[in-house]
Write a protein that binds this ligand. Structure first.
Ligand code: NAG
Ligand code: NAG
Ligand code: NAG
Ligand code: NAG
Ligand code: NAG
Ligand code: CU
Length: 605
């Protein structure tokens, strides 16, 4: 009952005082409007995978309600914190043009929202496409605090669909499909709350506990496979780490492997029971996405809200045209499967030209730490009623099962219309990312771990505060200049890190193996041009660093134009890595920081 009481209210404030509850379909004729959303966060029992635990619900739902917006809209999100703990909400990928106080990061752009408090985020949707909102205090994504944002492009926004279909009829159907994309959240789930998880990680010195399930749109089940099957699914990257051991019955690398925990001291007795062993299957819910074959095409916004896992996704018997990444159109790429790094959004068009049946959507963890998958169903409407399993092209371990399988290559993502960064950057920062003195401590700058749970005045409000003046954690850029950041992975073993830049999208201009001894990209290009792409580089808000170690180091180089003044994080989106300190603050446009409106300073609306 209370679920309905807290139903999401969305209304065009300037047109109607209170128009409708539920999702409002945007009108075709459009003027900038204020779209107001009210969300109430509560701490409730729920069983996304059949196991009951405490979950953060948003207006009684998990995942939270979708925010439907049109490019150019003014957006207001009123957040009521009915949780027993503080919180803050980040709008992932939204640039927050002129509104850095709405970026949702405690200690950086705002004070956390205390239990019982209400906070109003206000921003302009200057972007279009697929985004999402999520908790940015503590590990609250892992407790369920997230929901989709769909921003419908302006009518005159050029789109790349002619590459997908050259018939007028086909294009019409494609445009129809992309005008109402279905967000599909892929996430990982554990039976520990984020607080229990982090406490146990710090006490035990181990931070990659087993996952219990993979959820699709918040639904899934605990799947237990026989040991023989798990052994046969073990991939070479895992065999290398396992030596003579096998994965546990939950599909995990055992915690005691020196290849996994390094030389750091561990206290296995502090690991909660059943975290690595004793898989207990549970009958959870199953997500079914029904499509109308007469539509010809369906469009999905795949969003990885994973805390730890690293996903591969494929749909049985269907290829996908990936046409946008992180809310920005790309030169479309036709694939059988795609990785979806944590935080990224991949928008896909799927042609509905197969027999009217059910097809399995597969999401596999590709990180070495665990063999685990989740499943959903793509259902054609009007099927003949004889269920028949569909043919997978990707296995439970994320590996292709067909010879002609095409996997999306992240380096080939080219923005549409074509765009590229300035040829030379004005400033270069070089960081050594990786472990920081303990198995659960991490760093981006190589010099300090970032802690945004200190209850200090945020950087935006106090440029003389402890975080703003910490030269190991806060790095200024000048407004209107081009910035290069090179992330090097040459310390202890580094897994790939899904990095996220707040506010500014970045061009991923280079990725390489070996050391990066040069001072600038310009110098590096002269010697190793093969590692760079300055002509058609991916334009994204999330990118993955290459794996690396002392013996086999690697690096990734990004370039962006600082045009929106404010303190904006660059951090790893693995929740345990971020909680362990893996972030820095880019104080973008430090010379042109805006004055903070009084209601934000006082947090009284
Ligand atoms: C693997 O080898 C180590 C060291 O040689 C030994 O202690 C351990 O018992 C072996 N484990 C298995 C499962 O055979
Ligand atoms: C998987 O793809 C690779 C490269 O495309 C191919 O060489 C291999 O044969 C495929 N595996 C299977 C089982 O078909
Ligand atoms: C900054 O990093 C240097 C080198 O690691 C260290 O000596 C110094 O104490 C750090 N400063 C702060 C404020 O953490
Ligand atoms: C962050 O700082 C707070 C307040 O000083 C402290 O209680 C907490 O333990 C710190 N967190 C980490 C991960 O160091
Ligand atoms: C920052 O730089 C951009 C690009 O040059 C410019 O459009 C914008 O107005 C500048 N912002 C401020 C506050 O000066
Ligand atoms: Cu990381």
């Amino acid at each position: 009952m209370w679920r309905y009481l807290f139903a999401l209210f969305i209304w065009l404030k300037c047109l109607f005082p209170l128009a409708s509850a539920g999702l409002l379909q945007p009108s075709a004729r459009h003027h900038p409007d204020v779209r107001r959303f009210e969300i109430d966060l509560t701490w409730q029992n729920a069983s996304p995978d059949g196991f009951e635990r405490k979950v953060i619900l948003i207006n009684g739902q998990f995942p939270g309600p979708q925010l439907d917006i049109i490019e150019g809209d003014e957006v207001e999100v009123v957040v009521k914190n009915s949780l027993p703990v503080e919180t803050a909400i980040h709008f992932h990928g939204i640039s927050q043009q002129g509104t850095p106080w709405s970026d949702g990061v405690p200690d950086v752009t705002q004070r956390p929202i205390q239990p019982g408090q209400t906070f109003i985020y206000r921003w302009t949707a200057v972007e279009y496409g697929s985004y999402w909102y999520h908790g940015h205090a503590h590990g609250q994504i892992s407790d369920g605090l997230f929901g989709a944002i769909v921003i419908r492009p302006a009518e005159d926004r050029p789109a790349p669909f002619e590459k997908i279909s050259d018939s007028i009829q086909g294009l019409k159907k494609i445009k129809q499909a992309v005008s109402k994309p279905t967000p599909v959240f892929v996430s990982d789930w554990t039976h520990l709350t984020s607080e229990e998880y982090m406490k146990a990680a710090m006490e035990s010195g181990i931070d990659n506990f087993c996952l219990d399930s993979i959820l699709i749109n918040g639904k899934g089940s605990v799947i237990c496979k026989p040991q023989d099957e798990l052994n046969s699914l073990t991939r070479p990257d895992q065999t290398m780490l396992l030596g003579n051991e096998t994965v546990t019955d939950k599909g995990c690398l055992p915690f005691y492997l020196p290849t996994v925990v390094g030389d750091f001291p561990i206290k296995p007795e502090k690991v909660p029971e059943d975290v690595y062993y004793n898989c207990k299957p549970s009958g959870g819910q199953h997500e079914v996405i029904t499509v109308e074959p007469a539509d010809g095409w369906a469009s999905f916004d795949f969003i990885s809200s994973a805390s730890i896992a690293s996903f591969m996704l494929s749909i049985d018997e269907h290829k996908m045209w990936i046409y946008a990444v992180d809310g920005h159109y790309i030169d479309p790429i036709h694939v059988d499967g795609t990785p979806i790094p944590n935080g990224n959004r991949f928008s896909a068009l799927v042609k509905l030209d197969k027999p009217f049946r059910d097809y399995t959507i597969r999401v596999a963890n590709f990180a070495s730490s665990q063999l685990i998958s989740g499943f959903a169903t793509l259902r054609y409407k009007g099927q003949d009623g004889t269920p028949k399993p569909s043919n997978p092209s990707m296995g439970y371990n994320g590996v292709n099962l067909t010879t002609d399988y095409v996997l999306l290559d992240e380096n080939k993502i080219a923005p549409y219309p074509p765009s590229k960064p300035a040829a030379i950057a004005d400033t270069t920062y070089k960081f050594d990312i990786g472990f920081f003195g303990a198995a659960f401590r991490w760093t981006v700058s190589g010099k300090s771990a970032l802690n945004i749970s200190q209850d200090i005045d945020p950087i935006l409000f106090d440029l003389d505060g402890p975080l703003a003046t910490n030269k190991n954690l806060t790095f200024p850029t000048k407004n209107g200049t081009w910035v290069d950041i090179i992330l090097k992975t040459d310390g202890l073993f580094n897994p790939p890190h899904p990095m996220h830049k707040h506010s500014h999208k970045v061009y991923v201009i280079g990725k390489g193996t070996g050391q990066f001894p040069w001072d600038t990209v310009e110098d590096a290009v002269k010697e190793v041009p093969q590692f760079f792409n300055l002509e058609t580089p991916p334009l994204v808000d999330g990118f993955t660093s290459p794996p690396g170690s002392e013996k086999e180091p690697g690096w990734v180089a990004i370039r962006y134009e600082a045009i929106n003044p404010g303190p904006f994080l660059l951090h790893c989106h693995v929740q345990t890595h971020f909680a362990g300190g893996m972030g820095v603050v880019m104080l973008d446009g430090a010379d042109k920081l805006p004055e903070v409106p009084p209601e934000y300073l006082k947090a009284e609306f």
